[in-house]
Design a protein around this ligand. Structure first.
Ligand SMILES: Cc1ncc(C[n+]2csc(CCOP(=O)(O)OP(=O)(O)O)c2C)c(N)n1
Length: 555
């Protein structure tokens, strides 16, 4: 068994994988021990649910697949939430689940469930390995299975591959006979990704007015090309915070649309002839409503692989092409700036209004995000939780010349795995800062332990409004059982995490204290938590003041 498993482990390294997240268990012993013996960076995480998100954070942060390893039984089932996110936000993962050999299945053996295709459609690829055999052809075989798993994870729409691995006892590898080179070919297998050239005739855009919507997850290599396209077509570029186009200060960028796309008058006055859409569905609900209001426009969705991402169901052309090449290929100019000017005027008025939150005296998420944007060091990875946190970033994190990468689990918009995902990112990127609400934070407190185990550096900013503030903005707020069923106040004393996990804790009771704590925390190692207690009712009133009903007419 030893060198069969060694070949499996080694092949992943040869393919370029570097990070492995391992959860403890007996059946996975050979995998766990051999990953540690190899040159991989391993992360031990007791909780498989957290491990799944931690691996997701690593892979999201660095773009290459991270490996997950766990034992048999209920253990792999805990990966499911992270795999749903990986599926919908296209994150490459390789999931290795140890299993009982065939004779121990369906016979009441302990810690045994049917692991065959356990994750259903949430993984792109599934295969069950043959039982280990110590012979050359089997070393080559197991390497090829890893190649298939790797290539499927990083081809087309990125995603997860699941390999179920039956193992017979004895489970301890014989390290005295270990040979990681077993079955290696002369040349390493390489997966070479191609680039989809656009086959799109831009004549259809002639003299048309339009907008370009940039959601998250479309990469960064097309940023300049899409801004140039916007300028050529006089088409405003609506930059979702996760597109990371807010790292540019260009007039063509619109970043405050959610605060002005409210009234029907404005929606109609801004009716486009065409919409280009890159990346995921934007965070902004009002932008989605705007799109849905205009069913009769040309709607071009651009992506290298096929994934319909338009809840308005109005896509008229799906352009399968590299966003960068597509943007660069449209060279025509539109000389009529009138339509773009309408957007730019609203943008200016609205951004000025939002910026006034900077003078706010009461503790308000909007101003805190404005301060955060100023305090973040260049190169920061800002992980943001669902749901009000990312919405507030959408409002208050304005486009300007900077280098901040904003990330959020918007594949399934879950409040689960927030801490673990951010810690996974922190494992490969520094500095990493997490902005979260209290319910999302509570949901993944277990994740904090990995930060301690691996001495990771993460600064967490917690907006604690004692429950799910988002529900104050939804129709449920006026209904019976609101607090019990939706707002869910919990009265957790997060200060106790100092004792439980040994983190550094601050409570910021005002803006100067927040700035001071933030600056100090940035210089410290380990996990730092800055808690800001927010009054949900005050916050709702301030949101109404700054982000709704801003502009009711436009010419
Ligand atoms: C796993 C999961 N369960 C439930 C939800 C529904 N949900 C969305 S937001 C939310 C409350 C979030 O509260 P908090 O993190 O405190 O942020 P706030 O809304 O107060 O800013 C809930 C329960 C979800 N998105 N994901």
């Amino acid at each position: 068994m030893t060198n069969y498993m060694a070949a499996l482990v080694d092949e992943l390294y040869q393919l370029g994988v570097r990070e492995v997240v391992i959860s403890p268990g007996s059946r996975s012993t050979p995998l766990a021990m051999l990953f540690c013996e190899h040159a991989f960076k391993t992360f031990l995480n007791i909780d498989e649910r957290s491990a799944g998100f931690f691996a997701l954070g690593i892979a999201k942060g660095c773009g290459r697949p991270a490996v997950l390893v766990c034992t048999s039984g209920s253990a792999p089932a805990h990966y499911l939430p992270a795999l749903t996110e990986a599926r919908h936000s296209r994150v490459p993962l390789i999931v290795l689940t140890a299993d009982r050999p065939p004779e121990l299945r369906q016979v009441g053996a302990p810690q045994t469930i049917d692991q065959n295709r356990l994750f259903g459609g949430f993984v792109k690829y599934y295969e069950e390995l043959a039982l280990p055999e110590e012979q050359e052809s089997m070393y080559r075989y197991v390497r090829v299975v890893m190649q298939r798993a790797y290539a499927s994870a990083v081809s087309g729409e990125y995603g997860a591959a699941h390999i179920n691995i039956p193992v017979r006892e004895p489970l301890i590898p014989d390290l005295s006979r270990l040979n990681f080179a077993a079955g290696r070919g002369r040349d390493n297998f390489k997966y070479v990704a191609g680039t989809m050239q656009p086959a799109f005739d831009p004549a259809i855009l002639k003299d048309k007015q339009g907008i370009i919507i940039c959601g998250g997850g479309a990469g960064a290599d097309y940023h300049q090309a899409v801004l140039d396209l916007g300028k050529r077509l006089q088409a405003p570029v609506l930059a979702d915070p996760l597109s990371n186009l807010r790292n540019y200060a260009e007039d063509i960028i619109i970043d405050s649309y959610d605060a002005f796309l409210q009234s029907d008058t404005v929606k109609m006055a801004l009716k486009p002839d065409f919409i280009f859409h890159f990346g995921q569905v934007p965070v902004s609900k009002r932008l989605q409503q705007f799109v849905a209001r205009h069913q009769d426009v040309l709607y071009f969705q651009v992506d290298e692989s096929f994934a319909y991402r338009n809840p308005a169901l109005s896509t008229t052309s799906y352009i399968s092409a590299s966003p960068k090449l597509l943007a660069a290929s449209i060279t025509m100019h539109n000389n009529n700036a009138g339509y773009a000017a309408k957007w730019l005027t609203l943008q200016q008025q609205t951004r000025n209004r939002l910026n006034r939150a900077r003078d706010e005296k009461q503790l308000f998420e909007g101003k805190l995000i404005q301060l955060l944007q100023e305090l973040l060091p260049p190169g920061t990875l800002l992980a943001v939780a669902n749901s009000m946190a990312i919405r507030d970033v959408d409002y208050f994190f304005a486009a300007r010349r900077q280098n901040i990468k904003v990330m959020c689990n918007r594949g399934t918009n879950g409040i689960d795995g927030t801490v673990s995902t951010a810690l996974g990112m922190a494992a490969i990127h520094s500095p990493t800062v997490l902005l979260t609400g209290d319910v999302a934070f509570y949901h993944d407190l277990n994740g904090l332990l990995t930060g301690k185990t691996h001495a990771l550096n993460l600064l967490i900013v917690l907006f604690n409004n004692n429950g799910g503030g988002i529900f104050n903005y939804l129709p449920q707020r006026a209904e019976k059982h609101f607090d019990y069923l939706f707002r869910t106040p919990h009265d957790i004393n997060f200060r106790g995490l100092q004792t439980l996990y040994g983190i550094t804790y601050y409570e910021a009771t005002g803006y100067p204290a927040f700035e001071q704590a933030f600056q100090e925390a940035l210089t410290l190692k380990g996990i730092k938590l800055i808690e800001v207690k927010i009054d949900a009712a005050v916050s709702k009133a301030l949101h109404d003041q700054y982000t709704t009903g801003l502009v009711t007419t436009c010419s």
